[in-house]
Design a protein around this ligand. Structure first.
Ligand code: SIN
Length: 578
């Protein structure tokens, strides 16, 4: 394979810690396993780890404010008699455009039917078919069969409710809400009175001050960074804190250029974007423009149910045409009462804004939805830092490749979360307890103020324009320079609270995303380069990996003997310099 020689693949500099601290001066808590994040992946990991260990779960806000709780559509699983996990895996691999980890994809698709039945047995009220016994199954883009389990259009909230109930009943699990993880604490053997290496805990900002939590193993399940983009379907807290903290701790990230944009969020000026689930298109809703033209039928044979990247791009391209000023979801042909019955959340949202989907086409636009890249980990969630594991959207396991198949993310959390929790418990059993202290000097910052809200607005606007649905080298370059300048300025400011920490994390991850998007001089999956419109397997069949203080590394996929989108093994190509 020829090594890619993109211009963006340089190291992105960052300091080790966002703030100076000395654990001797801080309140200190200890647990066996620290789970950071209370979405489906974190809660599932906590329940598995608690079979043998004490677990503390930290929620950045409250469980209802996680991307899991906001997830609408559902969970993909081949449970229908005429469906088959291999077909689910094939759809996942096709959507992932050659970058999925085939073995993992097949494992997860095979485990899906049991995982969803177990969740239903523990109380999740998925919608049932008319017979009352079998699951009602929806269709979503990229799936060759109806295989989406759902609970109305609040499936994530139902998963969250079920898991949080079990977590709260568990004697070995405790939780803290409004606990913001500033950084992972790492130890070096021989320093600070310890012989341990790797991740030993986290520095946390709580409502009444800062504290340290020490743990034998840490599971990062902090979610993605959808808040990097002006248009997003994500919860306000989706600022990639865990991914950024892992990078500062020297952990490898990968696939940072891949961000999934959902084609349909409610688009009303001055109103927060709200996801309109793809399941409405699965149920036959049409996408039309202001002339009533169903333009997608000329774009892809599956029209509204084409993969999300194709629909999102087609929407924006169509909006750029003369005379087109709006795209709408049209449900007016549905039987009366269907919207309220099947999509009660959508019906409520529309009513709130004075829209009636039985009468009005609903205005929509694409928005950032899912961070495909993240913390590089193996099939058990192990990262390259001893004691640190990752799962869910914060992790990059290889399930999604270059594009995520709809409704595979709750599934990933449900299947891999328990596996990662069990692996963390095994690691904790042999790791022992950290009894030392960690002191990080205050880095060269001076007290001074910055308008973090203004900086954040500038960043997310630039990211949307240049690193959004379509990208090119020129715009990415302008954004890279702007981010470098903003980061330089932020480096001089003392960070005291969440608003500053979040902006620092967004700037770090924005820089990495832009560097990765620049380096990948091709179009593949969610990553669409106007200046490199073709997929280029000769140069880019593999992943860019990013580690603090090192140049980006391209890890190629060796397909020798593999199937069409098969991955048999990965091999590293030499380091690349821009
Ligand atoms: C949706 O409901 O459209 C989102 C489902 C997903 O992102 O998997």
């Amino acid at each position: 394979m020829t090594s890619p020689a993109g211009r963006g693949n340089r190291a992105v500099a960052s300091e080790r810690y966002l703030v100076g601290f000395d654990t001797r001066d801080l309140p200190r808590y200890s647990t066996d396993i620290l789970v950071v994040g209370g979405g489906v992946a974190g809660l599932s990991a906590a329940l598995a780890a608690a079979k043998s260990m004490n677990v503390l779960v930290l929620h950045k806000d409250v469980p209802a404010l996680s991307n899991t709780s906001w997830a609408q559509g559902g969970i993909a699983a081949a449970v229908a008699p005429d469906d088959d996990p291999d077909a689910h895996a094939d759809d996942t691999l096709r959507t992932g455009c050659g970058l999925c980890d085939t073995e993992l994809v097949r494992e997860i698709a095979a485990a899906a039917p049991t995982a969803v039945r177990q969740l239903a047995d523990s109380g999740a009220r998925f919608d049932r078919a008319a017979d009352g016994a079998t699951f009602a199954l929806g269709r979503e883009g990229g799936h060759g069969a109806a295989r989406i389990l759902h609970a109305g259009d609040t499936t994530g909230a139902e998963c969250s409710r079920t898991l949080i109930t079990r977590v709260r009943e568990h004697a070995r699990i405790s939780e803290k809400e409004n606990a913001y993880v500033i950084d992972l604490i790492t130890a070096d053997a021989g320093v600070g009175g310890t012989d341990m290496n790797g991740c030993v805990g986290a520095l946390v900002q709580g409502p009444s001050g800062r504290y340290a939590v020490f743990a034998r193993a840490v599971v990062l399940a902090t979610g993605g960074a959808g808040q990097l983009f002006r248009e997003t379907s994500n919860v306000p807290g989706a600022t990639g804190d865990g991914i950024a903290a892992a990078y500062r701790a020297g952990v490898s990230l990968r696939d940072m250029e891949f961000v999934q944009f959902h084609p349909t969020t409610l688009y009303l000026a001055g109103v927060e974007r709200v996801l309109v689930t793809e399941a409405v298109r699965g149920d036959g809703a049409l996408l039309i423009d202001n002339h009533g033209d169903r333009f997608l039928k000329d774009v892809h044979p599956d029209a509204e149910l084409a993969p999300r990247d194709i629909v999102s791009r087609a929407l924006l391209a169509h909006l750029a045409r003369p005379g087109v000023f709006g795209i709408f979801l049209d449900m007016r042909h549905w039987p009366k009462g269907h919207v309220a019955g099947r999509f009660p959340g959508l019906a409520r949202t529309c009513a709130h804004y004075g829209l009636d989907p039985e009468r009005d086409p609903i205005p929509v636009r694409p928005a950032a939805h899912y961070t495909i890249g993240g913390v590089r980990c193996d099939h058990d969630g192990a990262t390259d830092l001893p004691g640190l594991f990752a799962c869910g959207e914060a992790a990059c396991s290889g399930l999604h490749g270059a594009n995520r198949l709809a409704s595979n993310s709750l599934l990933e959390g449900l299947v891999l979360g328990p596996r990662v929790g069990a692996a963390a418990a095994r690691a904790a059993a042999v790791r022992g307890r950290f009894l030392g202290d960690v002191c990080a000097p205050a880095i060269g910052r001076r007290r001074g103020s910055a308008d973090f809200a203004d900086l954040r607005r500038s960043l997310i606007s630039r990211m949307w324009r240049s690193a959004g649905v379509t990208r090119d080298a020129e715009d990415l370059g302008v954004t890279a320079a702007a981010i470098a300048e903003w980061r330089g300025f932020m480096g001089g400011v003392v960070l005291e609270d969440r608003s500053g920490f979040e902006v620092a994390n967004l700037l770090l991850l924005g820089g990495l995303m832009v560097a990765a998007a620049t380096a990948r001089e091709e179009s593949r999956g969610t990553h669409d380069r106007k200046d490199y419109p073709e997929r280029d397997d000769a140069r880019f069949l593999g992943s860019f990996c990013w580690r603090r203080g090192a140049p980006a590394r391209f890890v190629g996929i060796d397909r020798t003997g593999g199937g069409a989108d098969g991955i048999l093994s990965r091999r590293a190509t030499p380091k690349q310099h821009g």
